[in-house]
Design a protein around this ligand. Sequence first.
Ligand code: APR
Length: 175
Amino acid sequence: MTTVTLVQGDITRQHADALVNAANSSLLGGGGVDGAIHRRGGPAVLAACRALRASRYGKGLPTGQAVATTAGDLDARWVIHTVGPVWSPTEDRSHLLASCYRESLRAADGLGARTVAFPALSTGVYRWPMEDAARIAIATVRATPTTVEEARFVLFDTHAYETFARELGGPGRPG
Ligand code: APR
């Protein structure tokens, strides 16, 4: 049974077996979480991403998929890069956001990671509404069979933290 926990803070300062990066398909960095992970992870992370682009992911990492690299100088063993969907008012991409969490857990299982830290995927540059993103994130982590023991959501601000806390305590909570 995976314990879901919440923390308010900077994911790049977390200690965990794996930190999940809110990447883009290029895997070559960006802003937000992506920028912070590469800044604090150092060149080893980008080098590993470049190697993935030169091999398995020649066309980039598709939305909803996840791939692990070294965590470089971060206080973790691995970074699991996943590409969230950009929110759309006309097209329901929820399944792609759910896939990010499911595939990140699958990658973690493949590594033997027991603790995984997630940001609120797609809720920044990709503009996904926080409440819906929290609902999808928590429901997917709860529904995915995995050997991960702790799934820790690291929320950057109070709004995100309180939104996730409401979803965590909401319907579907045992007892
Ligand atoms: N730690 C934890 N959460 C963070 C951090 C951090 N250091 N920095 C930002 N966040 C939060 C944001 O406030 C937002 O709630 O993470 C959430 C996701 O925001 P983004 O990082 O913008 O990710 P996303 O919305 O998935 O967009 C991905 O942005 O940075 C680019 O290269 C990235 O193109 C990709 C896109």
